[in-house]
Ligand binder design. Sequence first.
Ligand SMILES: [Zn+2]
Length: 169
Amino acid sequence: MKAQNGHVVLSMLMGVIFMLYFSMMLQTVPELSGQAPVENKTGNKIIMHTHSSLNVTVNGDLLLVPNGVGINSTLWNDHSLDRFGTERKSTTFGTISPAMSPLHTHDSSGLIHVESTEYRNYTLGDFLNIWGLPLDGMKVNLITNGNSIENYANHTLKDMEKIILKIQD
Ligand SMILES: [Zn+2]
């Protein structure tokens, strides 16, 4: 009888220790992300996902749209749209930053991915700014789905669209 009571006390103690241990673990998890502003905790889902295909020539020669635009730091030159980006990650400073710009490339095929946490218009100019392709002072012709477009920078990217950008320097 005494030995049985001892078992009960022991298992109750074990239970308390486990509960304490798990409640401590549960407390540490929200603390890590607790430093981030509230607005960064939501809206982290891709709700807009479109693709446009971009072909660029400079004086008639093909200019490869590089892999990693909006992902690699050297190909991520404009951060004004970062708040619409996805795959946010915590940094050591407790802030949350996106791992990708909402406009990015995953290969050098010229396929522009739009992956955004909000439905909004993205322009070819947005993509070129992120890529870091300065076209000021150059003659630029934009042709989309066979039609010539006047203002290349303000052109809104559309799903499945074929974009041809002819640059003359
Ligand atoms: Zn995509």
